[in-house]
Design a protein around this ligand. Structure first.
Ligand code: 5GP
Ligand code: ZN
Length: 111
């Protein structure tokens, strides 16, 4: 999608710190972290909401979580991490391209 920051980062059109990239998804550093380690796992397919994604991408969300767990130490998340997907206005979603927040590197607030 032309106007999407995550699609632009993937294509190298704007800068971004990419920690992992394959044909299906990438993991980048959040430009405005809310925790010591705050990364974003972003599927290649541009879809705003889980409700919009193809069956292949639905399976991919599971694969992404598996990859994150395998990269746990490498990503600086040795003691654990939190995964969050914001969907829509009430959740405060600001970028309309599905992404998983990966947060950790410190003790996170309970909720
Ligand atoms: P949302 O609020 O949609 O769940 O999360 C969007 C996240 O993307 C925010 O945490 C925000 O800091 C991050 N973000 C927005 N624009 C950029 C950008 O240009 N580069 C990177 N690396 N992160 C971004
Ligand atoms: Zn996009």
């Amino acid at each position: 999608m032309d106007n999407c920051v995550f699609c632009k980062i993937r294509k190298g059109e704007i800068p971004g710190t990419i920690l992992y990239k394959d044909e299906d998804f990438m993991i980048i550093k959040n430009i405005a972290p809310s925790s010591k380690v705050h990364l974003l796992a972003i599927p290649t397919e541009h879809a705003p909401f889980i409700a919009d994604i193809s069956e292949k991408s639905a399976e991919l969300l599971g694969k992404m979580m598996s990859k994150i767990s395998h990269m746990q130490e490498e990503l600086g998340l040795t003691n654990g991490y939190r995964l969050i997907i914001n969907q829509g206005e009430d959740a405060g979603q600001t970028v309309s391209h599905i992404h998983i927040h990966i947060m950790g590197g410190e003790k996170l607030a309970e909720f």
